[in-house]
Structures are given as structure tokens and as C-alpha cells.
Design a protein around this ligand. Structure first.
Ligand SMILES: C[S@@+](CC[C@H](N)C(=O)[O-])C[C@H]1O[C@@H](n2cnc3c(N)ncnc32)[C@H](O)[C@@H]1O
Length: 277
């Protein structure tokens, strides 16, 4: 909905330009309308963070002074049953941020092998009951809707082990959604692309919503802020790596109490910032 973009534009005008990127074509349309009043200073394009260097070149932007990533899914995506991200309402097993991409949640739950589903749930959902849930998913095939998937999870996990603070299907849905959208790889590709176009003294900032998203950012910042990344037991450095970033936020910035009171979904957000050397 271009909330951050508006805030940035108000600070870089006159003279600055902003390129907005989203892999969801409907988010691009909404942002274009929201930013209309800024005229040619705001350009919004459909694409992935990992291709930002090419996308920027295509619109005549060679370098950037600020790159802000807002990872994960939006409230608009989550709240639309037709997108299939939510377990509370009936919807198709879709979960694609970009409806033009091929892989859907239906393909994962109905066609992937049980061990691949288990791995997805364990690695991307951090689900302790991954094996049981994968077994039930396979046993109940074909699953048609988000309710079918949620019901399989409910049947797989004994009621006394259901988490108190989140819905029992939250981790399963997160895991499948991350796999459908290749989100963690995409974060790394995005960070590398950002490094290619960030000006010295320019900053990249990332907003993550859970530790799986935050971890690749933290590691990337640590590696890129070091002059040598050889293993510590190696007596002489041979990698030739040179630091490209200076970490600005030793610890991630968390939202204030007032911000969480105004927007409950901000509660798990973490902001990290690094400066290009
Ligand atoms: C947490 S939402 C934030 C939305 C936006 N900041 C706003 O104020 O409405 C994340 C958005 O980023 C998009 N997105 C997530 N990963 C992406 C990626 N790798 N490349 C491009 N867009 C991505 C999603 O489609 C979603 O619209």
C-alpha cells in the first residue's frame, strides 16, 4: 500500500527518485495509485527483490542511496481468502505472492513426497510435529482448500500439544508459503542485488517478521562487514574478501509499545540497517 514509499518520498523531494518493487501485480497497481501525486519521482514495477539491479537499470536508475526491504506477506494478501494464505477462511491452496509464478501450495501438498513436505514444515515452519503433519497431509490427499489443510494439521497434532498463543496450523501455513515463494533464497538474492547498486555511504534497511527472515539478513550483514571470512582455525587469510558494509544497528530495532497498540501486526517486526562502505 506504499506506506513506506510515501514516507521516503516526502523526505527525498525535491530532487530524489524512488523505485518501488513488488512481485504481486495487484500490490503494484495499488501502489501506483497511492503514489500518483508524486509524478515521475515515483516509479513502481512488478518484479522480485533479487532482480532489483536489472529493474533499476531498466528505468534509468544506476545507483541507490537507500534500499528498504519489507519482507513477508502483506495484510492485504493475508486477509484475502482467494489468495489462500489464511487458515481461518475457506480458500484455494494457492499462497503465491505472484499469481504469474508456477508453484502453488496445492502442488506441494498434493504432489510432493512425504519427506519433502516434512522438511518444508520443519525448516520453513519450524514445526516440531512436521512428520505427523506430513503423514496426515499425504493420507488425506487430495486436499482442495485451506480448510482441508488446516483440518489435516488439527488431526495430526494432539490437542494437548496445540500452541496457546498461535493457531495450530500457523507453522504449517508459514512453511508452505515460504516454500511456494522461495522466500529465504529470495531474501539472499535481494541483499546481494542491493549491494550491487548501493552507493558508498548509502544504507540498506530490512524489516523482517520472524527469525527465519531475520537470520539471513543478520548473517549477510556480519559476513559483509568483515575483511576476511576464512575459517578462524586457518592461520593466514586467503579469501581476499573485503568488507562492503558497516552495521548500523548492532541489535535490531523493535516497534515501540505505541506502535504495537496502533498496529498489532507490527509486534514481531525487526529493523536492521547497514551502510555501504
Ligand atoms: C510485508 S508486505 C509490505 C507491504 C508494503 N510495505 C505496504 O506497506 O503495504 C511485503 C510485500 O512485499 C512483497 N514481496 C515479498 N517478497 C518479495 C520479493 N522477494 N520480491 C518482491 N516483492 C516481494 C509482497 O508481495 C508484499 O506485497
Amino acid at each position: 500500500m506504499a506506506g513506506h514509499a510515501r514516507q521516503v518520498l516526502e523526505r527525498i523531494l525535491p530532487g530524489g527518485r524512488l523505485l518501488g518493487i513488488d512481485r504481486d501485480p495487484s500490490a503494484v497497481e495499488v501502489a501506483k495509485v497511492a503514489l500518483e501525486r508524486f509524478g515521475p519521482a515515483a516509479i513502481v514495477v512488478h518484479g522480485r527483490f533479487g532482480e532489483m539491479d536489472r529493474l533499476a537499470r531498466e528505468v534509468g536508475i544506476a545507483r541507490a542511496d537507500l534500499i528498504l526491504f519489507d519482507f513477508g506477506i502483506s495484510s492485504v494478501q493475508l486477509d484475502d481468502p482467494a489468495r489462500g494464505f489464511g487458515f481461518r477462511s475457506e480458500g484455494p491452496l494457492d499462497m503465491r505472492m505472484d499469481p504469474t509464478s508456477e508453484l502453488t501450495a496445492a502442488r506441494i501438498v498434493n504432489q510432493y513426497g512425504e519427506s519433502d513436505i516434512e522438511r518444508i514444515l520443519r525448516e520453513y515452519g519450524e514445526e516440531r510435529w512436521a512428520r505427523r503433519v506430513a503423514q496426515l497431509i499425504v493420507a488425506r490427499r487430495p486436499l482442495r482448500t485451506t480448510r482441508d489443510l488446516a483440518a489435516a494439521v488439527e488431526a495430526a497434532i494432539p490437542r494437548k500439544a496445540w500452541p496457546r498463543d498461535i493457531h495450530v496450523a500457523t507453522r504449517t501455513f508459514q512453511g508452505i508459503r515460504i516454500a511456494v515463494n522461495d522466500e529465504l533464497e529470495e531474501i539472499e538474492r535481494g541483499l546481494r542485488a542491493a549491494l550491487q547498486i548501493l552507493n558508498p555511504g548509502g544504507r540498506m534497511a530490512t524489516i523482517s517478521f520472524h527469525s527465519l527472515e531475520d537470520r539471513p539478513v543478520k548473517s549477510f550483514f556480519i559476513v559483509e562487514s568483515k575483511d576476511c571470512i576464512c575459517p578462524p582455525q586457518q592461520p593466514v587469510g586467503t579469501c581476499g574478501h573485503r568488507a562492503t558494509l558497516r552495521i548500523v544497528t548492532r541489535h535490531p530495532i523493535r516497534p515501540s509499545e505505541e506502535e504495537v497498540a496502533a498496529n498489532a501486526r507490527a509486534r514481531s517486526a525487526r529493523l536492521r540497517v547497514a551502510e555501504r562502505i
